[in-house]
Structures are given as structure tokens and as C-alpha cells.
Design a binder for this molecule. Structure first.
Ligand code: COA
Length: 150
């Protein structure tokens, strides 16, 4: 129901958002012991910072950060990390709006396809991506750490 939607603003991340963003990621279970989220932010601010988005809602005269999406385009595929919506604001279409904004920005850069990774322990998020038209790949996700954070 449109009336239930809070007035939301989606904009690029600012340095002043850092503490709220990291707190949100912790609330949403996205912080892993081997990743330092502050280092992740510092690195992102050096590469396509315009693709690091936050969603805010006005609360007591202040903008409160309630969502994030950290996207990138490598010239072949787009990717999205740290998609998060504050637990108290979930199921209000904020995740959909953040992803729509990411996709619009990636498309404007000529990105033909975007990929997301969902951890096997987070299978419940698949229903969300189904609704957004994301297809499941038959592929292994592999990674190699080049810079240890911790
Ligand atoms: C995943 C997440 C970002 C979704 O944000 P959200 O704002 O609650 O999602 P939306 O309200 O925009 O949902 C869009 C659609 O997906 C559906 N949906 C959302 N979460 C769902 C879920 N867990 N299972 C099934 N459907 C879901 C909604 O009902 C809605 O459907 P509709 O458009 O037909 O009404 C949020 O749940 C979250 O932050 N989770 C914790 C962090 C996380 O797992 N991030 C993703 C890492 S890959």
C-alpha cells in the first residue's frame, strides 16, 4: 500500500554515513569476521564511489540511514554487495528501490548484466531476488583473498 511507504531518499554514500552504515550491516548480519567493514568502505570510496548508495528517511528532523547498496561495474558485469535494509524498515519496498537505483546507474554505464552473491546460510534472501527477476546460476562462487583485513 503506497500510503505505508516512508518518504525515502536514495543518494550516494557520504563519509558521515560510515558509523550508521556499519551498524546497519551488523544489524543485518552482513559483517564477517574476516572482513573489516571500515576498510571495505575506504576502498569503495576510491573506486566508483557514486555506486555506493544509501537510503535515508526523515526522523525527528534528521535523515536516518535505513538502507545501503554497494555496487560496481568492471566493464563486463555489475555486482552488488552490502545490500541491507534496517530490520524495522524491511518489506516496505526499500530493497527493491535500492536495487532499481543501482540497476539504473549500472545501465547508464553500459553494464549488460548484474550479479549478486547470496551466502548459502542466507537462503531466505532468494525469495527477494526472485521477485526482482534475478535468475539463479548453476555456478560455483570462488574467492581468493589478496589483502587480509584482520
Ligand atoms: C534482502 C533485503 C535487502 C530486502 O529488503 P526489503 O526492503 O525488505 O525488500 P522489499 O520490501 O523491497 O521486497 C521486494 C519484494 O521481495 C519480497 N521479499 C523481501 N524479502 C523477502 C524474503 N526474505 N523472502 C521472500 N520474499 C521477500 C517482498 O515481499 C517484495 O515482494 P512484492 O514486491 O511482491 O511485494 C532485506 O531483507 C535485508 O536487508 N536483509 C538482510 C541483509 C541481506 O540478506 N542482504 C542481502 C545479501 S545477498
Amino acid at each position: 500500500m503506497a500510503d505505508a511507504l516512508p518518504p525515502v531518499r536514495i543518494r550516494a554514500f557520504r563519509v558521515a554515513d560510515e558509523a550508521a552504515a556499519v551498524a546497519l550491516w551488523r544489524d543485518c548480519g552482513l559483517v564477517r569476521p574476516w572482513n573489516d567493514p571500515h576498510k571495505d568502505i575506504a576502498r569503495k570510496l576510491l573506486v566508483q564511489p557514486e555506486l555506493f548508495l544509501v537510503a535515508t528517511v526523515a526522523h525527528d528532523g534528521e535523515d536516518r540511514l535505513v538502507g545501503t547498496a554497494m555496487a560496481g561495474y568492471d566493464g563486463h558485469r555489475g555486482s552488488v554487495y552490502y545490500l541491507a535494509v534496517a530490520p524495522g524498515h524491511q518489506r516496505l519496498a526499500l530493497g527493491r528501490r535500492l536495487m532499481a537505483e543501482v540497476e539504473e546507474r549500472l545501465l547508464a554505464m553500459g553494464c549488460p548484466k548484474t550479479n549478486v552473491l547470496a551466502r548459502t546460510g542466507n537462503a531466505q534472501v532468494l525469495g527477494f531476488y526472485d521477485k526482482l527477476g534475478y535468475e539463479r546460476h548453476e555456478a560455483f562462487s570462488l574467492g581468493k583473498r589478496l589483502i587480509p583485513d584482520i
